[in-house]
Ligand binder design. Sequence first.
Ligand SMILES: Cc1cc2nc3c(=O)[nH]c(=O)nc-3n(C[C@H](O)[C@H](O)[C@H](O)COP(=O)(O)OP(=O)(O)OC[C@H]3O[C@@H](n4cnc5c(N)ncnc54)[C@H](O)[C@@H]3O)c2cc1C
Length: 168
Amino acid sequence: MKTITIEERQKVDEIIASNDMCYVGMVDTEGFPYVIPMNFGYAGDTLYMHSAPEGKSIESLEKNPNVCITFCSKNELVWQNEEVACSYRMKGSSVICRGKVVFLDELEEKEKALNIIMKQYSKREFTYSEPALRNVLVWKIEIESVSTRIFGVRHPNSRHYKEGESYY
Ligand SMILES: Cc1cc2nc3c(=O)[nH]c(=O)nc-3n(C[C@H](O)[C@H](O)[C@H](O)COP(=O)(O)OP(=O)(O)OC[C@H]3O[C@@H](n4cnc5c(N)ncnc54)[C@H](O)[C@@H]3O)c2cc1C
């Protein structure tokens, strides 16, 4: 993964952990952008997804495995003067990751990945039957580059700026 500062890494982890879905962008078989909402798991520098073994996304990824995945924090609408449109801001932060999708074959690896996905949604431990593991397609994406941005906070030169606020 591209080198990022500890503060950025913490922010990335925080935004990803706060999400229960993400947007996975790929290039479809006609060369158009194709973006679908998906559930996910996150461990270290790797993202995991699961899906049916066929469909438009699978056909697209078989041709071109490159993906761009976006996560967004909960947003908040704020304003300085309710009557002034230009003073309205959307506070929020987002993360964009890039990588390549690899489909997992080994049942043991698939089970581990499904447990990582389930960890995002539940504290329970789960087991999976062999047919279930065979039928599900598990995607592994090693994050090759990542960026994060925080929006809607005041500029450091603003007299309203509060110490510690990040500005992008
Ligand atoms: C919150 C959320 C979480 C989801 N999590 C997962 C997940 O973890 N795994 C998973 O496999 N799927 C998940 N889905 C469904 C996913 O977004 C896709 O619909 C699904 O994966 C099928 O994609 P496909 O490319 O195989 O489409 P196909 O079934 O092949 O359908 C192709 C056509 O249907 C339309 N289409 C497909 N998906 C959508 C969509 N979501 N919205 C509008 N139109 C669509 C497109 O126009 C496309 O051309 C989730 C959806 C939501 C809303």
